[in-house]
Design a binder for this molecule. Structure first.
Ligand code: 4NP
Length: 148
């Protein structure tokens, strides 16, 4: 079985959306892939995803309300075949921890852009933009990395 983990800063906004999109693809295509998500920071460990992330996923028929935030630590490195960073700063933090099998989600679409951090956005609009970026890139990533 292959395993993949999506990593952002807090693990309450962006990477739970990526985990939800990936879990949906795994279910729909009956893939033998394990998916998880984490944050490089520890501030939100144990918390549910932020309400706008839950809401935007729900609007797209994906339930992420049961997810709880965790922190990515060096002991996770050996656990995953692929570590996917949501932005360049996450990439740099993960490289500094010694992660080798590391890619940036934006490399699979949107001209390698960073997925912007919606934590400080006012309102829901930014979450819809972030959802469509993440959803498109996760689909492309699965097509590229996990083709049957
Ligand atoms: P995320 O968003 O990295 O997409 O989960 C953030 C959530 C919390 C914080 C930063 C980003 N924070 O600084 O607490």
């Amino acid at each position: 079985m292959k395993s993949i983990i999506f990593v952002c800063l807090g693990n309450i906004c962006r990477s739970p959306i990526a985990e939800g999109c990936a879990a949906q693809l795994i279910k729909e295509n009956a893939l033998d892939i394990q998916v998880s998500s984490a944050g490089t920071g520890s501030w939100h460990v144990g918390e549910a995803p932020c309400s706008n992330s839950v809401k935007v996923c729900k609007a797209n028929s994906i339930d992420i309300s049961m997810l709880r935030a965790s922190q990515f630590t060096p002991k996770d490195i050996a656990e995953y075949d692929l570590v996917v960073a949501l932005d360049e700063s996450n990439m740099n933090d993960l490289k500094a921890l010694g992660v080798k099998n590391l890619v940036k989600l934006g490399a699979y679409g949107y001209e390698s852009q960073d997925v912007p951090d919606p934590y400080f956005f006012n309102g829901f609009d930014g979450f819809e933009k972030v959802f469509s970026m993440i959803e498109g890139c996760v689909k492309n990533l699965f097509d590229t990395e996990f083709k049957k």
